[in-house]
Design a protein around this ligand. Structure first.
Ligand SMILES: [Zn+2]
Ligand SMILES: [Zn+2]
Length: 144
């Protein structure tokens, strides 16, 4: 994995390597704040700006994708293969939906665009939040 970053011209400082290592195989869709909070203890000199600019560079190079599914904060995904997302509107947990499902845009609704991709965001209440009644009436109303 690290070789792939050498090819795209990212200078691999120890702090950047720590961020790359943190992201490798990470399925939690962390925000810049999450990454900073988790790494800061181990790398006290790491600044939030370093985390932020590293993420911006990786995103610009297409190594990670940025998700807008959480209205509170941008989330990042090291898995850049085609998949969709489901968020718990209560605890904001984001999970992957990797199983393909039929998603065909009726031809006459595409405004003559040539469709090259899609990303679907699902909203719901995760099993833990459901079990612990951690959802509001508003969350429920979104479900109907
Ligand atoms: Zn939840
Ligand atoms: Zn994902």
């Amino acid at each position: 994995m690290m070789a792939k970053y050498k090819d795209i011209g990212i200078k691999l400082t120890p702090q950047r390597l720590a961020i790359l290592g943190y992201l490798e195989g990470n399925k939690a869709h962390p925000s810049a704040e999450d990454i900073y909070n988790d790494l800061h203890a181990k790398y006290p000199t790491m600044s939030f700006a370093t985390v932020y600019t590293t993420l911006a560079t990786l995103r610009a190079k297409g190594c990670i994708s940025e998700l807008s599914i959480d209205p509170d904060k941008k989330r990042f995904d090291p898995n850049t293969s085609d998949h969709n997302h489901l968020i718990c509107t209560s605890c904001k947990r984001v999970v992957d939906i990797t199983v393909p499902f039929d998603l065909t845009l009726p031809e006459d609704s595409a405004s003559d665009f040539m469709i090259t991709g899609s990303h679907v965001e699902f909203f719901g209440i995760c099993p833990e939040c459901k079990k612990n009644n951690r959802y509001s009436r508003e969350d429920m109303e979104k479900c109907v």
